[in-house]
Every structure is written in C-alpha cells, then in structure tokens.
Design a protein around this ligand. Structure first.
Ligand code: GLN
Length: 545
C-alpha cells in the first residue's frame, strides 16, 4: 500500500467479461494482462466480481466451486484470486473479491440504518452504486484496476455488474476499457474457425450498452487475417484489437508470453493513452522454460477426497509447478482417493509414488484412508507432506500407532473418543455461524531451529495463511514429543502448534496452515520447494537400486 504523500494516480479501469462459454480462462487472461502491465512498470491490482448470492465461497462445497482461496486479511475468496496473486506477485485483500451477496448485504444493512430514508431502494441506482463504490475502492492507488466479471454475458445474475461497468465506461471514457473474451470454435468437418458465436456474444453485450474495445478470441487454431477482419467488421472493433488467445500446450504460465506476442498489452496502453515503457519478461521466460524442459520427473500422490475435481486443490497443484521449476523437476500429481485406501492395500496405491501429500479437507469421509496412507509412508520412509487436515491426520496416526492410543481421533469426527488429540480451538467453541468464522488469514509462526521446517524457511519468524477450526490438543503435546514427534513451529505465544515433523524419516512434515496459498510463480514457497527436493532425492535413490 502506498504512503500518504504518494501523489494520487490516475487509475484506469479495465473490465473483463466472458461470452459464449464458461471456463474460457478469464482469470488467466486477467492475471496475464496484469502481469504484462506490471512488467512494464505499472502498478496493478485485479478484482473479481462474482454473481452468486453467497456472501463468499467459504460455505460452498469444493465440488461446486473449487478451492476457497484465503487472503492475508482472512477473506475466503474465489480461486481466481489465487491466479492473480501467483501471476502479479502481490498479496490481495478482501476488497479484491465482491459477490452479489455482499453487495445486497451491504445495501440492506444501509437501508435498515435509514441511509436511504424516503426512497424506494432499487437495483438501479442503489445496487449498481454499491457495485461502483466497490470497484472504486482502489481509486488513486493503482495505475490499473482490472475487474473480472464472473459468469457469462447474458446470465441474469451478472446484469447489475454489467450495468455498473457500463456506467463507469460511459462516464470515464478516457480511462476505462472493456475487454470481452470469447470462443472461436474450430469445426473439423469443414476445417474452419467459426466466428458466429463471437458475433452473438458481442451483440448481447451491446444490448446491455457495452461496446467492447478489445476482443480476446480463445481458439485452438490460428486466426487467419480474413477471419480477423470478419470478426472486426461484425463486432465493431478495429482489426488490431482482435487478440488471438490460442491454446498453450504446456502451461498456463505461457499465456502472458503468447499475449505479449499478440501485442495485447500494447493495444490496451495505446487505447488508454498510456506510455508503453519497456516490457521486462526475462525472468518469466526463464521460469516458463524450466517448466517446459525439466531435467527430472517425479510423481507425487495427492491423497484427498475431492480428487475428481482438480480445481479443489488448485493452489497445491500450482505450488508444485513452482517448486518443480525451482528444482528443475516435472512434478506429476496423481490423485489418490483416500476412501479406497485400507491398511492392507495401501501398498498397491502408494508404493510406486515418490512422495505423498495429504491435503486439506472437512468432514469424515476418507479420514481412515488418509490415516492408513500416512502409516504406510511413515513406515516406508516415503516423503510426506500434510497440509491442515493432512497434518491433523498425521498426529492421529502417530498417536494411534506409536503412542498406542488406539482410539485417538479428532473431535471433528468422533466427539466420544477419550483421546481427541485434535480438538476444537478454544475460541471456536462459542461460534454458531458457519460463514467466515474459522481461524482465517495470515498468522505469525515461530520456527524451531535445527528442524526441517527451519531448513526450508531459513528463518525463525514466518507468516502463513490459515483456514481451520481444529488444532493439536495441547494436553498431548508432551507425550507426542516424548515419543519422537518434533513440534517445529508454534504460534509466537506458544499456544498453538503450527508445524510437526519426524526426525528419523527422509521428510515427514505436517503444517496446520496452507503454505500453497503463498506460492508465487517464479519464487515458489519454501516448504513445497524443500518437499519436492526431498521427493527428488528419494526418487533418485530408488533408481540406484
Ligand atoms: N477440518 C479441519 C479443521 O477445521 C481442517 C481444515 C482444513 O484442512 N483446511 O480444522
């Protein structure tokens, strides 16, 4: 954030909408444009406007919505914020994600306070004014605010967001732009790219009073000059503003390089009368090169219960890509459904893997399978990384199989157990509401010197993001330590255990927090980098025999 005496900037607003289909990669497009502008020396932030009525995605099932991304300031947000942070290497805040639920919540609260006394409260102007106020929250602080509007143009839910952006686009003609992302399908039988869906989508946007300045056309094949002219003519944009968004083969991190080749950022800057400045992409290019041409390859099993929907573990998968590139290693992630793992068949699922990660989660399904998997990797010296619920399962496994507390459990799953080694945090006991009430956001942690965690971080004072209600039960701390577990990270007041590890094992680390949420492209995050390093070593040792 800027200091008080920084001159107020002229902020440019760039709205990004999507048409034809969902899942076209609006998030990656917004992130890539953000990166390109940043690499030209501009300050940038990115917002997501989500049309659903939930106040935030925190109460949604991961199968519905994918991962819930948590910011430093403890907001539970859309997973696109993860892409934004990873690409532009900037921590975002709760102000970067707004939902219809939040907008209405705030308007209704104001109405109750008497803010609109005498008036009929309506979608236009009251809801749209509230949306505009949210969009303007960063005014004067950044050169560019990119606003991604969730959903597809034409959805009933997103209409107020489109209307608010129309008003800003009209009023601030010189510092606001509309970018529309569409799909240009390739029809095999005729060997042609089809532009009609794009024409229809733009037509629909125009019905709402928004004329796109730039079209980004997602396509599998190159768009020819003729096709580009046709799109330009029918969609009322100039030819150079038809940007080809061709599928990339290897990695989403290649997208900004593709867009740079299409002069996407230059066109944006020209339209907003902003100087081009030089574009610095060397570090990014090197990062992408390392992903595309790795020297080694390992396979890590991700044991969890949301394995059928990879977006549920989005940040973990991305953190592996970052950590892999730093270790010159391709990390293949194999999803292992925890529910299938028993004591007897764990070998079948896990013996070929170079490492396993037991992921975060809620609810009891798959818990025993996770515990079985952890027993197997602990006994067989396979590198292990437990995140949040994964760490809690490691403590349960250790308590049951090393300390002989056969009924050890978490009170989340078995309140009757006499040995709840994982228990509800004190402050959680009085909470009744479900939304936004977990221990959320960044908290400091003190790392014990001489541990694997310390080796990874290289320092004592760290800060990581959290999202949980349960925690290692302090009554069992001494016994866990006596039996060989190291409590390698504690909250600064010593009250909460944040990291556990085992000594006589190549790499066995569990964390109560979510390090994956702070993993950035190019830089990665310490524990993932060291885990992949240990996994690679384990893999190479196997090869020798
Ligand atoms: N369900 C566990 C808790 O609330 C773990 C949460 C998680 O894995 N993010 O503490």
């Amino acid at each position: 954030m800027e200091s008080d005496n920084t001159p107020i900037k002229k902020t440019n607003y760039i709205f990004i909408t999507g048409g034809v289909l969902s899942s076209l990669g609006k998030g990656i497009t917004s992130s890539s444009l953000g990166l390109l502008l940043k690499q030209r020396g501009y300050s940038v932030t990115i917002m997501k406007l989500d049309p659903y009525i939930n106040v935030d995605p925190g109460t949604m099932n991961p199968f519905q919505h994918g991962e819930v991304y948590v910011t430093d300031d403890g907001a539970e947000t859309d997973l696109d914020l993860g892409h934004y942070e990873r690409f532009i290497d900037q921590s975002l805040t709760k102000r970067n994600n707004t939902t219809t639920g939040q907008i209405y919540f705030s308007v209704i609260q104001k109405e109750r306070r008497g803010h609109y006394l005498g008036k009929t409260v309506q979608v236009i102007p009251h809801i749209t004014d509230e949306i505009k106020a949210q969009i303007k929250t960063f005014d004067g602080q950044f050169d560019f605010v990119l606003i991604e509007i969730g959903g597809t143009v034409g959805d009933i839910e997103s209409l107020p967001f489109l209307e608010a952006s129309r008003q800003i686009l009209l009023k601030e003609r010189h510092n606001a732009l509309s970018i529309h992302l569409t799909y240009v399908p390739y029809i095999k039988s005729s060997g042609e790219l089809k532009t009609k869906p794009t024409q229809h989508s733009v037509k629909m946007l125009m019905e709402f009073g928004i004329m796109p300045d730039i079209l980004v056309c997602r396509t599998e094949n190159k768009i020819s000059k003729d096709e580009r002219s046709k799109i330009a003519l029918f969609c009322n944009v100039d030819e150079e503003s038809v940007i080809e968004g061709i599928d990339v083969d290897h990695t989403i991190y290649e997208v900004p390089l593709q867009y740079a080749k299409s002069h996407f950022d230059e066109i944006v800057l020209n339209k907003l009368n902003m100087p081009l400045n030089t574009l610095e992409l060397k570090t990014w290019e090197k990062f992408v090169h390392k992903i595309k041409f790795p020297k080694n390859s390992v396979t890590i099993g991700l044991v969890g219960k949301y394995t059928k929907y990879r977006d549920s573990y989005k940040s973990i998968l991305e953190a592996f890509i970052h950590a892999g590139s730093i270790n010159d290693t391709e990390v293949k992630v194999e999803m292992v459904d925890a529910e299938n793992i028993t004591k007897d068949n764990a070998h079948e699922f896990l013996s070929e893997l170079d490492g396993i990660l037991v992921g975060p989660g809620f609810g009891s399904r798959g818990i025993e399978g996770k515990i079985n998997a952890i027993k197997y990797v602990r006994e067989n010296g396979i590198p292990f990384f437990g995140i949040c619920l994964g760490m809690q399962c490691a403590v349960i496994e250790f308590s049951r199989n090393i300390m002989g507390l056969t009924d050890a459990h978490s009170s989340e799953f078995d309140k009757e157990s006499a040995n709840c080694v994982i228990d509800l945090m004190e402050e959680q006991k009085k909470i009744k509401n479900k939304g936004g009430t977990m221990r959320l956001g960044a908290y400091p942690c003190t790392v014990l010197e001489g541990t694997k965690a310390f080796k990874a971080y290289g320092q004592k004072d760290i800060s990581e993001r959290h999202r949980h209600r349960y925690e290692l039960n302090n009554e069992y701390r001494d016994r866990l330590v006596e039996n060989g577990m190291t409590l390698s990270g504690l909250s600064p007041d010593g009250k909460l255990v944040e990291i556990i590890e085992l000594k006589d094992h190549p790499w066995f680390v569990g964390v109560q927090f979510h390090p994956e949420l702070k993993s950035r492209a190019v830089y990665g995050t310490p524990l993932f980098i060291n885990f992949v390093k240990a996994v690679l070593q384990f893999h190479n040792n196997k090869e020798k025999y």
